[in-house]
Design a protein around this ligand. Structure first.
Ligand code: SF4
Ligand code: SF4
Length: 448
């Protein structure tokens, strides 16, 4: 049987680095199930890159879904909305997935799941009102970055930003919620892309999908063919399946051939990248005015009793989500918030699901065989694997020396912690931990 994979394979995909991981994308076959709302949600006031919000409600207040419960006047931030209706039970510090403590608003659900009466589609008449609407929606990068969307889109009109890339790569193993979104809501993703393209004047909009998802490519192609007037000017691009194809800088090079220099942003080379779920959310928000109050997660790994793709109210606790999936079928050796390459190992599962979290994975010890751990044999595989042209073994040496100058010269701050170097290292060196440590040393020195 011939499988027709639509889309154009770009000529730029011969960039250095990256690794071929096993995909483990079995969950793509499972539709996203909606989890019933829990008895309470915990909404951290900082679940995005940038300034934390301050609470706009007090303990005892009644709130409804979509009502703002936290906001700030700082530009790099995003408002936070109630994800259940009920009563504000507490405001105070809570632990979050990365182990830090942040202020949060806890809402006890009344079980009614009532929508806030003031929710209405935003009035968008020009660029400024569009950006105001994006901010009001509470949207942050849903692919895992958590960067406020209105900040990413607020480039200067004359800055030469001409290309919008809708990121459907989903290159991390196991995670399938983007794939499901592309199968279930291709038209909303295209509608979101079309709205951003129109309102911000992009010359080109490209939906980029890895070639291991031919059904997603086909679903986009069907919508574009059915509605050429609405979506005919959006390009569909098929990308090779390699990790980290979905990382912004890698994706930009794959799609446009442009390379984002160290320390620069995508907009500096004329590009903006948006995740497929961000695009579809934005289309729904523009239609309904309902802000970001829920998101989809892949719950998988060999230690999960009943793996699922789940839509959960933001602020649901991760241990409650696991319980909904039947708990553990095996003793968990490692539980991750996010994928196996870039996820955070969880020390405590009683932490809230946040806007940017796209997966919860649990593995037994037999699923994660220990790699040999030994001295660096100077094979150079880590440098070959690094998509950002860094030399991780040299950086590791500078970390051991605690040399700020050496770390700056080896560009440690450019590292995106993708894990390709550690994945490739035959000696099992903990290179990502070294990169994090190296960054912390430089950041600390810069503060002084
Ligand atoms: S973790 Fe950093 S150093 Fe290692 S491959 Fe990724 S970008 Fe390069
Ligand atoms: S891949 Fe590992 S062993 Fe090879 S040079 Fe890099 S750190 Fe050393």
């Amino acid at each position: 049987m011939t499988v027709n994979i639509p889309g154009v394979l770009p000529p730029f995909c011969k960039g250095r680095g990256g690794v071929r991981t096993e995909h483990h994308k079995d969950m793509a076959k499972q539709a996203v199930e909606r989890m019933p709302a829990p008895d309470e949600v915990v909404l951290p006031l900082s679940m995005h890159i940038g300034a934390p919000c301050a609470p706009t409600v007090a303990v005892g207040d009644s709130v409804k879904i979509g009502q703002i419960i936290g906001d700030t006047d700082k530009f790099v931030s995003a408002p936070i909305h109630a994800s259940v209706s009920g009563t504000v039970k507490a405001i105070g510090p809570v632990k979050v997935a990365n182990g830090s403590t942040v202020n949060a608003v806890t809402i006890a659900s009344d079980g009614k799941m009532e929508l806030f009466e003031e929710i209405a589609p935003p009035v968008v008449t020009d660029r400024a009102s569009f950006l105001a609407a994006v901010r009001a929606s509470g949207l942050v990068g849903l692919g895992g970055a958590g960067f406020p969307a209105h900040v990413k889109l607020a480039f200067k009109e004359d800055a030469g930003v001409d290309t919008l890339i809708i990121n459907g790569a989903e290159c991390e193993p196991y995670i399938t919620v983007d794939h499901r979104e592309m199968l279930d809501r291709p038209e909303e993703i295209l509608a979101g892309a079309a709205a951003v393209k129109k309102q911000l004047g992009f010359r080109r909009a490209v939906v980029a999908v890895e070639e291991n998802k031919p059904d997603a490519l086909a679903s986009f192609q069907a919508v574009i063919q059915a509605e050429p007037e609405a979506y005919g000017d959006i390009e569909l691009m098929r990308l090779p399946s390699s990790y980290p194809q979905g990382a912004e800088k890698v994706l930009i090079q794959s799609v446009t051939g442009r390379r984002v220099p160290p320390g620069k942003l995508p907009a500096d080379v004329g590009c903006v990248v948006m995740n497929v779920q961000s695009a579809s959310f934005l289309a729904r928000y523009l239609r309904t005015g309902k802000p970001l109050v829920s998101r989809s997660l892949t719950i998988a790994g060999d230690a999960v009793a009943t793996p699922k793709n789940l839509r959960v109210p933001i602020g649901s606790m991760l241990d409650g989500i696991l319980d909904y999936c039947g708990g553990f079928s095996k003793t968990p050796y490692k539980v991750l918030s996010g994928g196996p390459m870039m996820g955070i190992a969880l020390a405590d599962l009683h932490v809230p699901a946040v806007k940017s979290g796209n997966a919860l994975l649990a593995f037994s010890a037999e699923a994660l065989p220990e790699k040999p751990f030994g001295a660096c044999i100077r094979c150079g595989r880590c440098a070959e694997a690094c998509p950002l042209h860094l030399e991780p073994c040299r950086i590791e040496k500078q970390v051991k020396l605690k040399s700020v100058e050496g770390l700056q010269k080896t560009n440690v701050l450019v590292c995106m912690e993708c894990g390709c170097c550690a994945y490739s290292c035959p000696a099992g060196r903990p290179l990502v931990q070294s990169m994090r440590l190296g960054k912390a040393i430089v950041m600390e020195a810069m503060k002084r």
